[in-house]
Write a protein that binds this ligand. Sequence first.
Ligand code: FO1
Length: 314
Amino acid sequence: MSDLGGQLSITLLCGGVGGARAALALSENFPSNQLTFIVNTGDDFLHMGLEIWPDWDTVVYHLSQLSDDQRGWGRADEGLRCMEEFGRLRAPIWFHLGDRDLALHVYRTWQLKSKSAHRVASDITSALGIPTTVLRVTEESLATSLLLKDRTVMDFQTWFVGHQSGPEVQGVLVPGAAQASVTPGVLEAIASCDLLLFAPSNPFLSLDPILKVPAVAEAVARRSGPKWGISPLWNGKAVKGPLDSLLAQIGTSRGQQGIVDYFRVWVDRLLLPESERVGLVSGDLALEGCRTLLADRLKRREFCTDLKTLWSKL
Ligand code: FO1
């Protein structure tokens, strides 16, 4: 395969903080005009009348260096004046909305009255000076919900934030996937890139909703070029979020084996820490050692160095 530098075009399927960090890693180490990020819309949320796009916003905040790196979501250098007033007004305060973040939700909700979601998204990325293409997988929300052990259904943000992903899960429902319209450019980006990468996102909450959109699943399955997954586990544990318990509740196995079981139907290679490849039953899925941590710029560079090395070995 050709050496990388500017020749390697990559499309990343992503969601959550792990997805945003993978997007940042690629944007720091590859030319932006070779990159397309396709973001989960299952976490989207209409809250207090405002259109909130958590996974897309998290990617955009990371790429524009505006994100709160500690929490992984929301803005750095935030104010809480509106939250104080929401409290005084007895408005909901379980979902944290900083002042700067709120400006984005107000602006977006206003713009969506007269423009398509993909037009508003590209207006925001250009206003924030982001050169990379950051596409929502669908125009509408996929409305991810959790089917709980007690057979009730809870919407994603109520479960994830409102209940700190505590209630035990029987399954993940993505009611919006069947009817959703795929955002222009998504199917093309999946088909025509040199490398299709699945970010180290929660497979059940961030990747599955994307892949439950029929046209997207078809485009991925039909694609003949390389399709690589990146394990979201390190030392067999989730770097962030509720993945460990979800693997126990709805996965086929715990730890890396559960990740292998998930990815083997979608990708031809899985990147995971070298020391964790041993003992896994992976069938025809190739397991590649890789430095997969992305918490700072140096680790993200190391990840991309390994990615380039693996690519040049093809
Ligand atoms: N996550 C939390 O744990 N608590 C919050 O109050 C919260 C608010 C919030 C506001 C805007 C936004 O874009 C994301 C926010 N998140 C919050 C994170 C969000 O729930 C997750 O990033 C994704 O939906 C799942 O990765």
